[in-house]
Design a protein around this ligand. Sequence first.
Ligand code: AHG
Ligand code: MN
Ligand code: MN
Length: 340
Amino acid sequence: MSSKRISLTQYLVEQQREHGHIPGQLRLLIEVVARACKRIAIQVNKGELGDVLGTAGSENVQGEVQKKLDIIANEVLIEANEWGGHLAAMGSEEMDSIHVVPNRYPQGEYLLLFDPLDGSSNIDVNVSIGTIFSVLRKVNNQRGISEEDFLQPGKQQAAAGYCIYGPQTTLVLTVGDGVAMFTLDREQGSWVLTQENVQIPADTKEFAINMSNMRHWDAPVKRYIDECLAGKEGPRGKDFNMRWIASMVADVHRILTRGGIFMYPWDKREPEKAGKLRLMYEANPMGFLVEQAGGMVTNGRQRILDLQPTKLHERVAVVLGSKNEVERVTCYHLEADKQA
Ligand code: AHG
Ligand code: MN
Ligand code: MN
């Protein structure tokens, strides 16, 4: 790292000066989200000492048991973002419906979506978790706001990112001009730019999928993984390695760092659901980041960022990461469709 430290604020100001794509409200929004993540990181780090581990005794709209930290992180994000005048409304994995900015505050031009705590099953076992966020513009100019305003395809995102709470706390951001990473300097309390122009290699020998669901997969997914597992002697002619952290944030962070492919495909366990992951606050923001880093993101057939959402908590199958591998998985699906 160079001796000149660039803070998140300086980065955003310079990006605006040079490229003009970070208006004041968006800059404030990103800084507020980054500050909220700092507060979440402090809670995460306290663990047992802060009484933040374990379940909260409630369920979210998707019928998942909420952990204490799911709720704490959600509250931190809402509280931090309500009053600044940069937002019109927020949507979250942990809230059934959208949270409109109260009347006592000015209403801003942006909409914020988040998965406050991603990888909830990893909280109590001290494995990396994160916060994922997606920023949309409020398209209709009237004061009233509803869930419909959020239903924009991912390609319309103004910014997206995540914060990973791991051995280091890192904020990963795109405003549509590449991907930058900022590491939290805990002594200074500031975010320091540690990587710019992140690039995912087009080829990889590493895949991430929950193998325990293998018997429920569709044929194209099974074909792809079988070929990886066959290694050097198989059709791919090379050995593959496997990783599955069960925190999308951590799996995507690895892929942004050294490449790889991540899949959470549709499977036969709950055939009426398109997948496990949520389109608007998991797949879209991660999709924006991965594409900005030169990777590819599909639902097995189509580019995820082109999908028109029909509801806030919509689910989607996800295949993302190194371009040539995602292309291959997508081809396998399209070939199988043609034959059927
Ligand atoms: P969340 O904790 O926000 O509900 O998300 C968990 C997601 C994702 O982070 C991860 O990749 C996946 O669920 C793990 O699924 P399995 O439990 O099937 O491994
Ligand atoms: Mn999640
Ligand atoms: Mn979550």
